[in-house]
Design a protein around this ligand. Sequence first.
Ligand code: SF4
Ligand code: SF4
Length: 410
Amino acid sequence: MFSAGNGGMGKVVFVGMVVLQCCENYEMENVRACVARVFAQLGGMDRYVKPGMRVVLKPNLLNAKKPEDAATTHPAFVEAVARAVMEAGGIVTIVDSPGGPYNAFWLKRVYAQTGMEAVADVTGAILNADLRVETVLLEDGALLKSVQILKPLVDADVIINLAKLKSHMMMVYTGAVKNMFGAVAGTEKADYHARMNDYDRFANALIDICHAAAPTLNLIDGITAMEGEGPGSGVPRHLGVVIAAENAFDADAVALDIIGVPHDHVPVMRAGIAKGWFSPSSVQVVGVPVASVRCDHFDVPTLLLRENGAKPGKTLFSRFGGLLRPRLEIRTKDCIRCRKCLESCPAKVIRVKPDKTLLIDSSGCIRCFCCHELCPEKAIDIRRGWISRMLVADGLAGKMRKRDNRPPKG
Ligand code: SF4
Ligand code: SF4
């Protein structure tokens, strides 16, 4: 189980226990009070951090986005956790591999834009600049036998995963498990997309990577989440929640219950359940009840729900697959020709035309949405045919989600 964590502290593992707390906004006083309540319910920070320990905070630093875009873990949340760890005597380093290249120049830019630089300035936390990776062997990997992950994660005594609650065009939802994909360095991530372009295989790879990194604790910033075309181009949505659990799946299960998405519509959760790493029935929520914070109509990419295996959709999908699949198109008038999409495309299907504009060859596109995720100008459109629009417009998809919704836990 992921909940075994790393650091070998011999602590009691609260398998299945999830702390859910409300936090109205990102005002520091509120966030710090919320983080204090979360750790009190987890049994105290000293259960996890002893003086002198190297503690990695692993936020979601998807791209060089501003905090208000809701694409990255909010700096106030990172700061509040950093301060709590430091009060317990931990030495904090902020570590992530954002989308795009993994080099000093890009990291600096991402740290500045996402507010991490400011967090480091006010708290004294270290911003990781160590670009080395290390191989971790996975004897019980679902798919992978070894993974190369960022060395500071391997060297840490404690890893606190600080995920962001977002919709995800490829994987439906991203939270705690998916956030550990940032343990893989830069463009190596594209390699995983290219090799595992089936969503369920990719989900197993994500689980193995999370397993290799072995976060000790998983916190999800759901104060302002992202819905719609996440993880990079969606719309901020206020939920006002913070979720924490030792098992990344447990934290994600509660996040999904809050946004009303059945677990088996999310490839990572399906794979986790199938492999026995997660059992929905074992999740116990403490803090505020899920029912009191559940939101209506959180917009996740419903078309992909059927592509990813929902039963009625699967039948439809196998029959009309080509018509249902979305097509990605570059909006030339908004494109600044930065070529980030071209560099990140694992299938190498984006080309530069003689007039220097860019074009996506749909026939070879594996719909990983990396280009969409990384485009700084939101200049890539997702086009759907009329059949898929008809199904998605909260018709069949919405009804399916409502029908399949599980009863609240906690
Ligand atoms: S990433 Fe966006 S802005 Fe940059 S070249 Fe691609 S489409 Fe254009
Ligand atoms: S064009 Fe975009 S969605 Fe298609 S394979 Fe390339 S990066 Fe992925």
